[in-house]
Design a protein around this ligand. Structure first.
Ligand SMILES: Nc1ncnc2c1ncn2[C@@H]1O[C@H](COP(=O)(O)OP(=O)(O)OP(=O)(O)O)[C@@H](O)[C@H]1O
Length: 251
């Protein structure tokens, strides 16, 4: 096999967790987490509530410091990226847009403060299907529209990497379908998508690769097809893999 063909099949990882441990006092939230995420694929980060998904993503995005180990994007820690928003876009739980600001103004404000050309605002609104709602105040957006606006915000810098923490929580089936096909399209263009979820059926329908975390530890990591092989579903594979860890509340 030529080097180019090998690279197409096994491209270099874009995201790397290397032995990341995060303790809060006596509580170990994540414990020696190690895995890699490759471009051109949707990677699902799957685990029950409290397993350590958000903590891992917060460390990756420089919002929290690892107690030990490191998490890299394109070979660098987030804080060492020259143009972070142009490398990685993220949608995390947390503060939403100011409710009396219009959708387009919210995006224009973030674009301006990150030296991103104003022309991107129209492009990202179109990419997420919010062009017609651009002049509406975000306080009047539905949950699905707010998620689309969050994704539009993540897309402003036209990043190679998209990271989404539980993006389908609370969405109706249409909203879930839209996010799923959007992420598949994004990865299909050779970009890197990492999304966390505690919903196994959602992961089974969306992800190419799956990293399973339980009690702060990685318990499985690989192609979805390999992880589910020999099991009727991802859910069965998960419980077989995690054993005692699966006694954690799964909701
Ligand atoms: N700031 C903090 N202080 C103390 N403990 C924390 C803190 N943040 C997270 N934890 C604990 O670390 C563990 C992992 O939490 P984390 O939020 O990363 O899990 P998660 O997999 O994202 O779950 P969820 O889907 O419920 O957010 C949990 O036991 C949580 O209570």
């Amino acid at each position: 096999m030529t080097r180019a063909a090998r690279h197409r099949e096994h491209p270099e990882p874009v995201i790397e967790f290397k032995g990341v441990t995060k303790r809060y006092g006596a509580k170990t939230a994540v414990d020696a987490v190690t895995f890699a995420v490759r471009p051109g694929r949707v990677t699902g980060f799957l685990g029950p509530n409290g397993a350590g998904k958000s903590t891992s993503l917060r460390v990756l995005l420089g919002l929290d410091h690892a107690t030990s180990g490191e998490a890299l994007i394109a070979g660098k820690r987030y804080r060492d990226l020259t143009f972070p928003l142009r490398t990685v876009g993220a949608l995390l739980d947390g503060a939403g847009p100011v409710p009396d600001r219009r959708g387009a103004d919210h995006l224009a404000w973030i674009a301006r403060s990150n030296r991103i050309p104003r022309s991107r605002v129209g492009e990202v609104l179109e990419a997420v299907g919010l062009t017609d709602a651009a002049r509406q105040r975000t306080g009047r957006y539905s949950l699905g529209m707010r998620q689309r606006l969050g994704i539009a915000t993540a897309l402003l810098g036209d990043p190679e990497v998209l990271i989404l923490d539980e993006p389908v929580n609370g969405l109706d089936p249409d909203g879930i379908r839209w996010i799923r096909s959007f992420l598949r399209g994004y990865a299909g263009r050779g970009r890197t998508v990492l999304l966390s979820s505690h919903l196994m059926t959602e992961m089974a329908d969306t992800a190419d690769d799956v990293v399973v975390i339980a009690n702060g530890r990685i318990v499985a990591d690989g192609a979805l097809a390999d992880i589910t092989e020999g099991h009727p579903s991802l859910e069965d594979a998960f419980f077989a893999l995690t054993g005692a860890a699966s006694k954690q509340v799964w909701s």
